[in-house]
Write a protein that binds this ligand. Structure first.
Ligand code: KG4
Ligand code: ZN
Length: 346
């Protein structure tokens, strides 16, 4: 089965071609055009600017993807249809509908968060070969817009255990970076700075760590960073590193504690990490350590698939089609696919 996938839910214009069967997933092509450099000057993604950039790049990316081969060998078109910025989603969805309709190909809408979860299948052969014994798997999704603990009971069978009540983990990194004038996106810079900082220099709160539920809250942590900064007359470069390290240790401690607690209580057979923040070495290191202590296999995506990309959307589409989940649209029905900015996975 050969799938062409499109992802445009935020500030990446991405397309991929994936060939899948029960034994292997082969990524034939994978193009990600990131707009991060454009949004940097505004300190975050500006939806209107992102949408205009998608308009400019979507056809060149498609030309680059298909080359002379065009669509002759493609079996399905897949596209992220939510959640995300509606003005960005609409571009990818329109391109996908047009492509599917003009080429008489079936079209499938994919949930972006489910795509992040399936980035693990792209990166770990073990999952593709034999995932049945790893269910139920506990998934920690940490991105710029989401922080969720999900119990994946099988392909397409999810139970939401908890989520952030305010800021997402990636959002907390981005906001702390903004407070420290470190630029956008904040995650990579803050985690880099944290490497040379003292994580004990500041005692920031570990929000909701002792609560029995699986929810998170990170806005107070960001505010604690703001108060620490306001107390200082001058902020040295070492102060910045120490704040980054102290912030990160607090955030990682909460994420890891809640994930391990959920894995134990829910009888999970594996732990999976997904989303942009899964690029974070410190989070991976601590989660790997704790998963080992409770004898659970731990999976995380390769660095190149942690951020938004269309390869993960193609993999999610592959499993959706195989398990007859999301509706595959054909003929004029492709126009029924509507982008949903707030599409909840569960
Ligand atoms: O999944 P993603 O690419 O986009 C969304 O779907 O939101 O996640 C982007 C988020 C940003 O908030 C970014 O700062 C964060 O992931 N991020 C990181 C790291 N790399 C990216 N956060 C912490 N450490 C990193 N190394
Ligand atoms: Zn994402």
């Amino acid at each position: 089965m050969k799938i062409l996938a499109i992802e445009s839910s935020c500030d990446e214009t991405a397309m991929a071609i994936l060939e899948g069967n029960s034994r292997s997933l082969k990524l034939k092509k994978n193009i990600v055009y990131s707009q991060a450099n454009i949004h940097k000057q505004y300190g975050g993604v500006v939806p209107e600017v992102a949408a205009r950039q998608h308009v400019e790049t979507i056809i060149p990316v498609m030309d680059n993807l298909l080359g002379k081969s065009r669509l002759a060998t493609i079996d399905y078109v897949a596209v992220t249809s939510g959640p995300g910025l509606i003005t960005s989603l609409v571009l990818g969805v329109t391109a996908a509908k047009t492509l599917a309709w003009a080429s008489s190909l079936p079209l499938i809408g994919v949930n972006h968060i489910e795509g992040h979860i399936y980035s693990n299948w792209l990166s770990n052969k073990k999952l593709v070969a034999d995932d049945a014994k790893l269910f139920p798997a506990l998934v920690l999704i940490v991105s710029g817009g989401h922080t969720e603990l999900v119990l994946m009971k099988n392909h397409g069978d999810y139970k939401l255990l908890g989520q952030t009540l305010d800021d997402a983990a990636g959002e907390a990194y981005d906001k702390v970076a903004k407070l420290l004038n470190l630029g956008y996106p904040g995650g990579p810079i803050v985690s880099q700075m944290a490497k040379d900082g003292n994580p004990k220099a500041y005692t920031f709160p570990r929000p909701m760590i002792d609560r029995p539920d699986y929810n998170f809250s990170f806005s107070g942590l960001k505010t604690a960073v703001l108060y620490a900064l306001e107390k200082k007359q001058q902020v040295s470069s070492q102060d910045v590193k120490d704040i980054c390290a102290s912030f990160q240790v607090a955030l990682v401690e909460v994420l890891v504690a809640k994930t391990i607690k959920a894995a134990k209580e829910q009888g999970a057979k594996a732990i999976l990490l997904a989303g942009g923040v899964s690029a974070n070495d410190n989070l991976k290191k601590h989660l790997a350590q704790k998963a080992k202590e409770i004898n659970l296999p731990f999976f995380y995506p390769d660095l190149k698939y942690t951020g938004d990309n269309a390869a993960m959307i193609a993999v999610a589409a592959y499993y959706n089609i195989n398990h007859q989940r999301n509706k595959v649209l054909v003929g004029n029905k492709v126009f029924d696919l509507v982008p949903q900015a707030n599409w909840q996975l569960v």
